[in-house]
Design a binder for this molecule. Structure first.
Ligand SMILES: C[S@@+](CC[C@H](N)C(=O)[O-])C[C@H]1O[C@@H](n2cnc3c(N)ncnc32)[C@H](O)[C@@H]1O
Length: 273
């Protein structure tokens, strides 16, 4: 084991407070208990989904009552929360095994207005202007071509329809590596060479971030994608710890501390089909 490997492992041990819920999910996943993992993952998303829906309901009422798309729906916990506020919701994800599990939850929850579609295509399998709103929660940082999907969101939304989006932590944040349990150390991914980081996380050293579904999305990159799109911003918030709040105005340095990006965007009513 090289010097960086040993330093990286020691650094992790300084942060013994691994997120307990994340640690449980990682454990269930690693021991191959698919059903238990999905049940725990669904419960986690269902709880988190209630907060996400409440947050966007407090920011805008325009999206409620219509037809919704839940892009990157995972095990569908959020999708069923959206169903409580919309006429119909379609959850889409690339992972069929999650959708098989979640489709079966509708009966248990007594929800009949949610359905699920599996697609890995960069072209969404939906007609133009067929949704009133799109939820994209904790997904955009996992896309290799976010601009391509943002263009698709614009296409499938009706004019005046809303994109409700949040993601985080962005790449520059202490937890931008999205491995709270395996790599609890702050900014490990920026402080150590990738092979050492991957070994410390239990992956082969040649593993890339992209192979783990982490596409290193920064706040700046996300803002450029949205500026270049035809979406009109309705609301935007950058969540940052109060102790360092003024740093959100400092270019580049802000990337280290912004924990979450929240935005509501509207498709223009004129000029786009
Ligand atoms: C962190 S989970 C978020 C799940 C859910 N939105 C939530 O907030 O609970 C990210 C999800 O995005 C999905 N995903 C990644 N790339 C995707 C793509 N190109 N199209 C659809 N879903 C995708 C993943 O399979 C995963 O289920």
């Amino acid at each position: 084991m090289g010097l960086f490997d040993s330093l990286c492992r020691r650094y992790q041990s300084l942060f013994a407070h691994a997120h307990p819920e994340e640690a449980k999910l990682v454990e269930l996943h690693s021991i191959g208990q698919a059903e238990s993992f999905l049940a725990a993952y669904f419960a986690h998303e269902y709880r988190k989904g209630a907060d996400a829906v409440a947050r966007f309901a407090s920011l805008s009422s325009e999206w409620q009552g219509g037809r919704a798309l839940d892009f990157g729906c995972g095990a569908g916990g959020l999708t069923y929360r959206i169903a409580e506020h919309c006429r119909e919701v379609v959850g889409i994800d690339i992972e069929q095994y999650k959708l098989d599990f979640t489709a079966a939850q509708g009966e248990r929850l007594n929800v009949s207005n949610a359905r699920f579609v599996c697609s890995a295509s960069e072209t969404l399998p939906f007609a133009d202007a067929s949704f009133d709103c799109i939820f994209c929660i904790d997904v955009i940082e996992h896309l290799s071509t976010p601009e391509r999907f943002v263009a698709e969101f614009l296409r499938v939304l009706r004019p005046g329809g809303q994109l409700l989006l949040s993601f985080g932590p962005p790449w520059g944040h202490a937890h931008g590596k999205h491995m709270w349990a395996k790599l609890p150390g702050w900014w490990t991914h920026l402080l150590f060479p990738r092979p050492a980081v991957m070994r410390a996380a239990g992956f082969p050293p040649q593993t890339t971030w992209e192979e783990l579904g982490i596409h290193r999305l920064t706040v700046g990159h996300f803002e450029r994608v949205m500026r270049r799109s035809r979406f009109q911003p309705v609301y935007r918030r950058l969540l940052i710890n109060k102790l360092v709040a003024p740093l959100r105005f400092v270019p580049l340095v802000r990337e280290l501390f912004i924990a979450e990006v929240i935005g509501v965007y509207r498709k223009p009513t004129k000029g786009i089909a």
